[in-house]
Design a protein around this ligand. Sequence first.
Ligand SMILES: *Cc1c(COP(=O)(O)O)cnc(C)c1O
Length: 382
Amino acid sequence: MTWRVPLVDIDYGDAEAQAVLDVLANRWLTMGDVTMDFESQFAETVGAEYALATSNATAALHLACLSLGIGAGDEVIVPSLSFVATASAVLYTGASVRFADILGLDELTISPIDIEKQITPHTKAIIVMHYGGYPCRMPEIMDIADRHKLSVIEDAAHAPGASLNGKSLGIWGDVGCFSFFSNKNLAIGEGGMLVTDREDIAEQVKLLRSHAMTSLTWDRHQGHAYTYDVVDLGYNDRIDEIRSSLGLVQLKKLSANNARRKRIAEKYFQAFSGSALGLPFRKKHKNLHAETEINPSYHIFPVLLPEGMDRAAFMESLHASGVQTSIHYPPIHHFTYYRRMYPTTVLPESEEAARREVTLPLFPTMSDDQVSLVVETVLSAL
Ligand SMILES: *Cc1c(COP(=O)(O)O)cnc(C)c1O
């Protein structure tokens, strides 16, 4: 199937190709100085003390949980309207999750009120997910975390380059995790980044992402070490120089690409404002909350179909016109595995959003004609 408008496309050109060729010419493929450069430039971009690249964001989330001491007997509060990795990263550690509902159909991020309701004596942490690159209610969530002495992990997979009140998403909590999967705002195929201001977390993550070895192959290559000890049960969650080199090029494009995403989202908001579609985040997008200044990364464009409309037929009609759509997300607690573990979970707002949501194409290289085609096709399908 060749789409007239795919859901996403990458912004790749000669610079990415050259970056890979440079790595090949330098003859060092695994984690080394290109990765360190990517990490320090990413840290600077988000304003974090430490940034550590990983093989993907799922690994980063897992390492975040481990570094906060989360394990068997602990509970972590997570959203269900997210990608499954937000919850599975917790389960890997032997801890369990408690799902919290979203704020509502206008704002598809985790509800601070419901977070507080899910707290038990076993609660150790909260994972928030900045849906679509729109900020969660971080001031309220950090206040809850402070009062109950809980750690906060931000699943910022959608949110590179986004901020709330001038502070980047990913650095509000104890740890932030970004994804560089091929459909994300900063795309390198597979990759992730963990950011933190806490030295103890950074040290722990550095160890655990590389088998808990006390020296790296890179250090030994540099002549800094001859052998190593293993001081914990570690993992191999490392990135490599090829993908870090792609990350450096993509990082340079991030701010212009997010700005282009914003212009497309504004066109959509305008085109659909009088229609029957529900437009999550439209109010926040217009900064109706005077005291908050939000700068989303416009990772995806979600719309909500009118109550009772046949979603499959709607998506099929767009498909017939060559427009690809998707769903963000089937709620995690409805998946077979999670239903078995958490059969009594009920989340009315997440379930309704998940039932009615359709994601429209949004990517920085999308042409104005493609945007118009999506608008026309959607309006006629309604
Ligand atoms: C993509 C994504 C992840 C996982 O990222 P990977 O890099 O593919 O492991 C986690 N959470 C959310 C919300 C995502 O969109």
